[in-house]
Ligand binder design. Structure first.
Ligand code: ZN
Length: 356
């Protein structure tokens, strides 16, 4: 029943944002950062051409198990303790940092904003930084497809920075974009020492007020479809820095939300002759025969990578195990293929240098 409902919702759910064609151009990539968590940089072996069809962004597979995420300690994380003063935020920019100098250490700090009794996994058909192959504007966050009225929960302890309509206060590219919205500032800092905020958009109603303190798991509102939304769902964002009203400060929630127990995260960067590749499809096939997933690299340089990872794609909530990651040309020629291991509770890093 839940799966059927999920499929219906996913089919019905269009997006938070109006359609807008996106350019898919490459840009020069600065020097490769140091520090690798799991996988070393490996060039793909030369492989014979195949007739593999280009993947379509139609994967609606979700984790087959939806166990509760691990309890998150209220104790500030080490990276939070390391910084008590807020450093000046870099100006909200269209040229995100993609040369992280911090070690690639996971910084999961957020629980899911939907309880396990609801649909608490991300809609992978419209991931962070994706455009659904140019059909929609760049996604600034991630979506949890749930019916109207589903409780929305604080992802971590914090203080409500704003709660109410965005009809008179700009949080997105336009007014009345998120509809009823809650923004929470959390009690810890990002690895680069900046304030961390989460944003919950399209709410039917809010259940908290500005300046109120909240604890992780506390209900802050209910799912709706206010603002620019087609179909009820929760739009969820992570924003980093001292200008949380600015929609250009978003980061990828996959790198902040704890994976399910026995699940992990894939993150990496796809380059072609040293240049970042935009909107590139990746196929992630489990070697144990489970369902194949598809990921897409970020649409352009306006999509902020994580300060620690410098990624241009992620795929969260992958069951632990081995996968074959492939990237093919439009004609089906394989330009990269590598077997990787996803470990529970951590991020596996993969550098993908495309073969000509
Ligand atoms: Zn959204």
């Amino acid at each position: 029943m839940k799966n059927l409902f999920c499929c219906l919702i996913l089919l019905a759910l269009a997006a938070c944002q109006p359609a807008q064609a996106q350019n898919r151009i490459a840009a020069t990539l600065p020097a490769t950062p140091t520090g690798v968590v799991v996988l070393a940089t490996t060039r793909a072996p030369t492989l014979p051409p195949t007739n593999t069809p280009s993947p379509q962004p139609s994967d609606t597979s979700a984790p087959t198990r939806t166990p509760r995420p691990p309890a998150v300690s209220a104790t500030p994380t080490p990276f939070a303790l390391a910084t008590n003063t807020v450093r000046p935020s870099p100006a909200p920019s269209q040229t995100p940092t993609i040369t992280p100098t911090l070690p690639r250490i996971d910084h999961y700090a957020l629980a899911r904003p939907i309880a396990s009794s609801g649909i608490d996994y991300l809609d992978r058909t419209y991931s962070y930084g994706d455009t659904q192959r140019g059909a929609r504007s760049i996604h600034l966050g991630v979506d949890f497809a749930n019916p109207r009225g589903t409780p929305v929960l604080a992802a971590a302890d914090g203080t409500v920075y704003y709660a109410g309509s965005d009809s008179a206060r700009l949080f997105g590219p336009q007014l009345v974009y998120y509809g009823n919205v809650v923004v929470i500032q959390h009690n810890f800092f990002s690895p680069e020492g900046l304030p961390v905020f989460t944003l919950y958009g399209h709410l039917q109603s809010t259940a908290v007020t500005t300046s109120q303190t909240v604890t992780q798991g506390e209900q802050i509102g209910i799912v709706g479809d206010t603002g620019v939304a087609i179909g009820s769902h929760l739009h969820f964002e992570v924003r980093i820095g001292t200008t949380p009203d600015d929609w250009r400060t978003t980061r990828n929630p996959d790198l902040w939300i704890y994976p399910y127990p026995s699940f992990g995260t894939l993150a990496g960067r796809v380059t072609n002759n040293g240049a970042v590749v935009f909107g590139q499809a990746l196929t992630i096939r489990p070697l144990d025969g489970g369902s194949t997933r598809y990921a897409f690299t970020y649409a352009d340089l306006t999509v902020n990578p994580d300060a620690v990872f410098g990624e241009n794609f992620t795929y969260g909530d992958l069951p632990e195990g081995q996968y074959e990651v492939t990237v093919s040309s439009e004609g089906g020629r394989i330009r990269f293929r590598q077997t990787i291991t996803i470990e529970r509770g951590r991020t596996t890093w993969l550098d993908i240098a495309l073969q000509p």
